[in-house]
Ligand binder design. Structure first.
Ligand code: APR
Length: 251
């Protein structure tokens, strides 16, 4: 039997799962060279959240905040999707059912891996939003305070289209709908420190009968809520898990 001591219903997988929800965090992009937040040398070891990731930070020092996101946006040109991203794309292509990716990540590696049905609950680095006309723009290059909004033409109005601490995540109604009908919930590369994402596993258990699996380098804060936990690199464990889900294996 694969998986941890908590076991799993391996032999029923292929026939049962029609609505898979995969929650991803920074750990799935780590093997692509994108820093996580809370690991050694992570972003929050280098930067103070209150300096770069709150509305107050942007009000107090917009140049510092724009620079922080400009650098992360520029890095996207140097990184590529990894085996973890590609495994999820394969699941979407081959499973006879729905696979929704809810990501806390603001990078575009799921899209570049060929995935669809991606919900960016914390926003996207390759978008900026106008605080005057509320238009959201696709954005590849740096954005500065003097950069004019392409729609309303005003300056000192564009901000990163990112959910900062103290702000509501995006698409929560759609996310709740997906969790409501989910029959397999897989959490990948997230430490389980940030809500509401960290509460999705208990939500799917309360509302339904979903099987729940944690894939992470180490135990997350919420590991005890999962029916099954597999610890190691997502780039190794996810392709193996997807093989299991897509192929009938008798335990
Ligand atoms: N494979 C699997 N897991 C990994 C890997 C890997 N190669 N590398 C690191 N991890 C795990 C770490 O062990 C850690 O538990 O990924 C997790 C990353 O945790 P965080 O850095 O806390 O990132 P995340 O959970 O995505 O953060 C949530 O917090 O800072 C905010 O808005 C930001 O979306 C972010 C949210």
């Amino acid at each position: 039997m694969r998986g941890s001591k908590r076991g799993s219903l391996v032999f029923e997988w292929k026939t049962t799962f029609k609505n898979v929800v995969v929650l991803t965090g920074a750990g799935i992009s780590a093997e692509s060279g994108v820093a996580t937040f809370r690991d050694n040398g992570g972003l929050w070891a280098e930067h103070r959240i209150e300096d770069v990731a709150t509305p107050d930070a942007f009000a107090m020092n917009p140049v510092l905040v724009q620079d922080f996101y400009n650098k992360r946006r520029a890095q996207l040109k140097e990184v590529e999707p990894n085996a973890g991203h590609r495994a999820l794309t394969r699941l979407q292509q081959e499973l006879d059912g729905n696979v929704t990716i809810i990501t806390q990540n603001v990078d575009d590696l799921h899209e570049r891996s060929g995935s669809h049905d991606i919900i960016h609950m914390h926003g996207e680095l390759r978008k900026v939003r106008c605080r005057a006309c509320a238009t959201v723009h696709q954005w590849q290059e740096d954005c500065f305070q003097e950069t004019a909004c392409p729609t309303c033409g005003r300056q000192v109005v564009l901000r990163p289209h990112i959910v900062w601490f103290g702000e509501m995540p995006f698409y929560m109604d759609l996310i709740t709908q997906k969790l409501q009908v989910c029959d397999l919930f897989i959490s990948v590369g997230t430490s389980g420190n940030v809500y509401p994402a960290a509460g999705f596993v208990t939500h799917v258990q309360q509302v339904g009968h979903a099987h729940t699996i944690e894939i992470n380098l180490e135990s997350s804060e919420g590991v005890s809520y999962f029916a099954e936990a597999r610890h190691g690199r997502a780039g190794d464990l996810l392709p193996a898990l997807i093989d299991e889900i897509l192929s009938v294996k008798v335990a």
